[in-house]
Design a protein around this ligand. Structure first.
Ligand SMILES: NC(=O)c1ccc[n+]([C@@H]2O[C@H](COP(=O)([O-])OP(=O)(O)OC[C@H]3O[C@@H](n4cnc5c(N)ncnc54)[C@H](O)[C@@H]3O)[C@@H](O)[C@H]2O)c1
Length: 349
């Protein structure tokens, strides 16, 4: 049986989901955990029987028996451990978004190119049956030429708390939190075209104005909200395609629609996955049967990471692909600040 020994950096909320998933397999063993808050690292180590506990991630990087790290720190603390881990010879699984800024994401991609190691960004919907089915439909050429897409991830009222609200920790808000899933979904189906221009808005007019109690939904502190709770953008790509991106943590609307992709031969809408064609001289809506019941997607993404290391195959969710999400998010933020469309490009690293 192939085995992988890893260290886990950042033992907050999502780390617990990883630890519970990893407890289901003997193939990936967490031998060290680290958090800048020692008590959190100790608590996780005790609950899951992890032998080594640190408050400085560099100590994990010095352990020879560790081949890879799983980075579950807040967005602004993804880059340093990822770059340092790669240069210490450790493969990296890092939580989404890849980074809070384009500069950080580019530095991480550069470190991948310098070291040749696996860096995977943990966007687990890639391992769900709906996405895998949609991707196989696109890869079969069913859609023809893709010329338009919408990437949509919205909550009517769901501003998270904790480290998500501050610029120093989260860095950016809904665009990087739930928005990045939708961007990844659309870009994955579009084949990752290169963005060249973005026009966007970002604001937090609702979240800073109303207390969560007044809105009868998730609890957050309106005074602590420094990042955007709403973002929207239009994106032009080098190949002529166009994307509309919409994301919100809170809004006075039930929905802003679904992620969808339009091609010259067919279109796909996600959630639920539906294929639209004009075959047989008719409009046809096809709902593919699920490929299977989704299991634990956190286990699936950790196993996909481990398989890539064992087999020497490319990262299942590579830095180069996720860098494009950072180009678009940065473009949205920069365009919103400038109040006009901005030119963007994928950094050459
Ligand atoms: N894939 C998913 O479904 C999913 C869901 C939620 C969150 N996330 C992502 O996971 C990340 C963490 O989110 P969370 O909800 O667990 O946040 P959190 O604030 O609960 O946990 C982050 C932890 O990182 C620790 N930390 C910060 N800097 C550190 C450093 N340099 N070294 C060691 N520890 C450090 C903090 O002390 C904290 O315990 C975010 O990037 C978030 O976007 C992913």
């Amino acid at each position: 049986m192939k085995r992988l020994k890893i260290g886990l950096i950042g033992t907050g909320g999502i780390a617990q989901v990883h630890m519970r998933a990893l407890a289901k397999t003997e193939q990936i063993e967490v031998v060290a955990v680290c958090d800048i808050v020692e008590e959190k690292a100790q608590r996780t180590a005790k609950e899951f029987g992890v032998p080594h506990v640190f408050t400085d991630y560099h100590d994990i990087l010095e352990m020879d028996e560790i081949e890879a790290v799983n980075i579950c720190t807040w967005n602004q603390a993804h880059k340093d451990p990822a770059v340092d881990a790669l240069h210490a010879g450790k493969h990296v699984l890092v939580e989404k978004p890849m980074a809070a800024t384009l500069v950080d994401a580019a530095a991480m991609t550069k470190a991948v190119h310098e070291t040749g190691l696996v860096l995977m960004v943990g966007v687990q919907p890639r391992f769900g049956s709906a996405r895998m089915t949609a991707k196989s439909i696109v890869d079969a050429g069913t859609l023809g030429d893709i010329y338009y897409a919408e990437a949509v991830a919205c909550r009517r009222c769901g501003i998270p708390g904790g480290s998500f609200l501050a610029k120093e920790t989260g860095g950016i808000g809904t665009t990087a939190d739930i928005g990045v899933y939708a961007l990844d979904e659309a870009l994955h189906l579009m084949g990752h075209p290169k963005p060249v221009a973005v026009s966007g808005i970002a604001n937090n007019m609702l979240g800073t104005k109303y207390a969560s109690q007044a809105m009868g939904c998730w609890k957050w502190d309106p005074e602590a909200l420094e990042v955007e709770d709403f973002g929207a953008a239009s994106v032009r790509f080098e190949n002529g395609a166009f994307l509309v991106f919409k994301t919100s943590w809170v809004m006075n609307m039930d929905s802003l629609g679904h992620t969808l992709v339009l091609g010259t031969k067919a279109g796909i809408k996600m959630n639920p996955l539906t294929l639209f064609t004009q075959d047989y001289n008719r409009l046809i809506d096809i709902t593919p049967a699920p490929a299977g019941k989704d299991g634990d997607l956190f286990l699936a993404k950790n196993m996909a990471f481990a398989e890539a290391i064992w087999e020497g195959t490319p990262s299942p969710v590579p830095a180069e692909e996720m860098l494009i999400t950072n180009v678009i998010i940065q473009g949205l933020i920069d365009s919103a600040a400038a109040g006009r469309e901005v030119e963007v490009s994928v950094p050459e690293v």
